[in-house]
Structures are given as C-alpha cells and as structure tokens.
Ligand binder design. Structure first.
Ligand code: SAH
Ligand code: SF4
Ligand code: F3S
Length: 437
C-alpha cells in the first residue's frame, strides 16, 4: 500500500525550502505527497517562532490532530523547525501534545529519516534537539515544490542579534556554503528548466564574510553569467552590509531583478540603536541613494516593527516620515512580539497592545497608499511576467515582473514557467490585472 505524507509549513522562505528538504527525505522513504492530513500516514509540522502568533497557529493545528491520531494510531506526527529549537520548548511540546511521535529542531532536520525509522519500531516518542549548529550539508535531494522558482540557501543562521529577534537563537551562527557548490546547484537548476532562482540567507550581504571565498555581488554576477533566460532574486539584505558593489551588480546584470528587500524596522535612531540594528535612519537613506544612483527604477520593499519597547509617539512619527521619504513599493508591517530569551524581552516600557494596534493601523494605511501609487503607474503599460501559478479561486494565472509586482491574467493554455507580456488594464492595491499581448 502506498504511504502518504503531508507537510504543514510556517514562517519564512528558509522554512519553505527546509520543507522541500523534508519532502525529499520522505520520498526516499517511499512516501508520496497528499493534500490533506486525513489521508496522510505521516504529518510533519515545520514550525516558526518569530512572533507569538506564529507559535499559536502551530499550537492550534497540532492540537486539532489529537482526534485524528486517536482514530488512527499508526499515523506518525512530527513537529520540527524553529519552535522546538528554543531552549526547553521540546519538553513543553511533549507535555502539551503527548501524542506527537517525533520532535526535532533546526540543526538536526537532516536526521528526520532516522527518527522515522526509529519511531516505527517503538511506542515512546523520539525527541531529539541538537544544541549546536553542525557543518553546512551538501548533496541533499530536496523535492522542489515552487517551480518555476527554486530556492537556494547561500547562508544559514545569523550573527546579528537584533535585540527583538529569536532567529540567532534557533538557527545558530552564520555559516556560508562554498560558492562553487552554490554555483553548481544554480547551473543544474537552470539546466533542469527552472526560470527563477532565489538566493536565501538572513543577511545575504554578509555572505562568506571572514573566509577566502568570493563576496555576494560576485556570486550574483557568476550566477547571472550562466547561459539561459532566467531571473535571479535574493533575500534578505541587512542595510548595514548593503554595498555599492551590490548596486553595481544589479545595474549591470539584466537577469538580476530590480527589487531589493531592505528591512529598515524603524525610522527612529533611538529605537534602531535599542534594536541593535547598527545603522541610523540617515545611514539607511544613504544606502537607498546609492542603490537609486545605479538602479534608478529599483523597487525597494521593507519590514517594519511598531511597538518596540520604549517606542514613543515621536519615534513612531519618525518611522512614518522615513516610510514616506523612501516611498517603499510595499512593506511587511509587524507589531513587536516579545520573544523569551532575547535582549528586548527584558527591556522596560513594553508598549500596551492598544497603542501598538493604533500605530500599526496608521502605518498599514500609509504603506497601502504607497503600494497603490506604485501599482497605479503600471496601468496602460506592458510588463514581462514570469507566470508562476494558477489561482483556482479567481480562475486566473499569476506571476511577477522583475520589480516584484504580481500580475493576474487569463490564458487559454497553461503558461506556468513561461515569460509572458502583460498589458496592465487595472491596478488593485498590490496586484495588477491585465491581458496577454
Ligand atoms: N533576517 C531578516 C529578517 C528575518 S525575520 C532581516 O534581518 O531583515 C523577518 C521580519 O520579522 C524582520 O525583518 C522583522 O521585521 C520581523 N520580526 C522579527 N522578530 C520580531 C519580533 N520579535 N516581533 C515582531 N516582528 C519581528
Ligand atoms: Fe533577526 Fe536581525 Fe538576524 Fe534578521 S538580521 S534574522 S532580524 S537577528
Ligand atoms: Fe520563523 Fe525560523 Fe524563519 S523563526 S521566520 S521560520 S528562521
């Protein structure tokens, strides 16, 4: 009888790609993918703990499996990723959900296969968290699910310790893959027909720092030099490490997309310092100026946090001011969430929820108006879209242009994985509607 797996993924692109690695392992064990938990012989939750609500989602969904597991005792439930990697969390998870069979962290994700085999032969749960990050792994066989895009990790972990952030604690210190391995992977993905490569790291700009390997801009150039029509994206860039060389690389290689995600977090110098971001708002604006000097039409997107401990109305106004000044193409906005174990969790003046809520509403309104402005500029123009999927609900194909804007359109034939030209008739907030020409 065929065995099936179902993976539930929370969090960032790193986790999305980790789930592809998990899928690769499960398929080596003979499992095939299925769309629902009810049909699955193994359900894997690949969790995130960046904010409290990410954890709550996972808690809710793992809790819902209790009934299913009671009815189907042979079903295996595994919980892995960033959430159990937090100190003491695996035990909490085990107590809360005694029916979970396997609990693993981020540093031992590659051993899931062993844990499944071990679990098949015993009643007791397999709980294993590896405290330290290991060496960078090569030679895995992820089962990719995001064609025509392919995710490629270039670094793992993070050294920045922004005071609010849990990532350095659950992903370990920054490690870079060797450039020859990254470039070989890129080459083979292009040969396999992928049309977009996205290089992943918490701070891609510090790639290979302190080693004898090439720097990030050169890595981009070498990948862009691979034959074939494809797009090259990367995320995320930390403003403190964003360099003029990177702006030049984007300017001189048409395959590198003209969109940069450069999280600023706050526009207040006082708050930026307390966040340990290592730049001021003036430094940030200077980086934008350098980028625009070389790539005038580059779309810049960002992440913003409101309600960081001690944030005053003045600090918040500085954020609004900076957002207007840069004119972001779009932005992710977050209410600060206290993460146990981080420096900011111990700071005085945690901001009351109602204050943060009012601030985020004002910020979202501003960001939405900027997004609409950007989209409106497209109306009547034609842009090149890489079709990446079909939206079942809307009955439309969709894909992005090189600035990262999402376009929707009708097509008689399946054009997923193809570059198409879209004449934009209408802009709806963050997305565009048009006709193929
Ligand atoms: N490495 C990336 C971001 C990774 S996390 C970078 O440094 O830019 C993605 C975003 O989540 C962050 O940019 C930040 O805006 C947000 N974030 C991280 N920790 C948070 C917290 N404790 N509360 C609210 N938002 C948070
Ligand atoms: Fe977190 Fe800062 Fe590292 Fe980004 S750079 S992952 S926000 S610690
Ligand atoms: Fe979440 Fe871990 Fe990514 S905490 S945002 S899944 S690195």
């Amino acid at each position: 009888m065929e065995k099936h797996y179902h993976i539930v993924t929370y969090g960032c692109q790193m986790n999305v790609h980790d789930s592809e690695r998990i899928a690769g392992m499960l398929s080596e064990l003979g499992y095939t993918s299925c769309d629902s938990m009810e049909d699955a012989d193994i359900v894997v939750f690949n969790t995130c703990c960046i904010r409290e609500n990410a954890e709550n989602h996972a808690y809710g969904n793992i809790g819902m499996l209790k009934k299913l597991k009671a009815a189907r005792r042979d079903m295996i439930i595994a919980v892995g990723g960033c959430m159990p990697q937090q100190i003491g969390k695996a035990d909490i998870l085990h107590k809360k959900f005694p029916y979970v069979d396997i609990i693993f962290g981020t540093h031992n994700l590659d051993r899931l296969k062993d844990y499944i085999l071990a679990k098949r032969g015993r009643k007791k749960a397999v709980i294993e968290i590896q405290e330290k990050e290991g060496e960078v792994k090569e030679g895995e066989h992820p089962l990719r699910t995001s064609y025509p895009n392919a995710w490629i990790n270039i670094t793992y972990g993070c050294n920045n310790f922004c005071s609010y952030c849990i990532v350095p604690y659950v992903r370990g210190r920054e490690r870079s893959r060797r450039s020859e391995n990254v470039i070989a992977e890129a080459r083979s993905l292009i040969a396999d027909g992928y049309k977009e490569l996205t290089l992943l790291g918490q701070n891609v700009n510090s790639y290979a720092n302190g080693t004898d390997d090439i720097r990030f801009p050169e890595m981009l150039e070498r990948i862009a030099a691979i034959d074939g029509k494809f797009r090259l994206r990367f995320m995320t860039s930390h403003p403190k490490d964003f360099s003029e060389e990177l702006a030049k690389a984007i300017a001189s290689n048409p395959k590198i997309c003209r969109c940069v995600h450069l999280p600023v977090q706050s526009g207040s110098d006082r708050i930026l310092k307390a966040m340990n971001r290592k730049y001021t708002s003036a430094d940030y604006l200077k980086k934008i100026e350098i980028l625009k000097k070389y790539v005038p039409d580059c779309a810049v997107t960002t992440d913003l946090i409101v309600g960081f401990p001690g944030e005053t109305d003045e600090d918040f106004k500085d954020t609004l001011k900076l957002v207007k000044e840069v004119g972001f193409a779009s932005a992710f906005t977050f209410v600060y969430s206290k993460r146990e174990g981080t420096v900011a969790a111990e700071m005085p003046d945690q901001i009351p929820e109602e204050v943060s809520k009012a601030r985020i509403m004002e910020l979202v309104e501003l960001v939405n108006s900027l997004t609409r402005e950007h989209s409106a500029k497209y109306v009547g123009k034609t842009c090149e879209i890489l079709c990446e999927g079909f939206d079942e609900k809307r009955g439309l194909f969709l894909g992005r242009d090189e600035f990262g804007r999402m376009g929707y359109f009708e097509s008689d034939k399946n054009v997923i994985g193809e570059f198409v030209n879209l004449r934009v008739d209408e802009a709806n907030g963050v997305s565009l509607m048009g006709k193929l020409v």
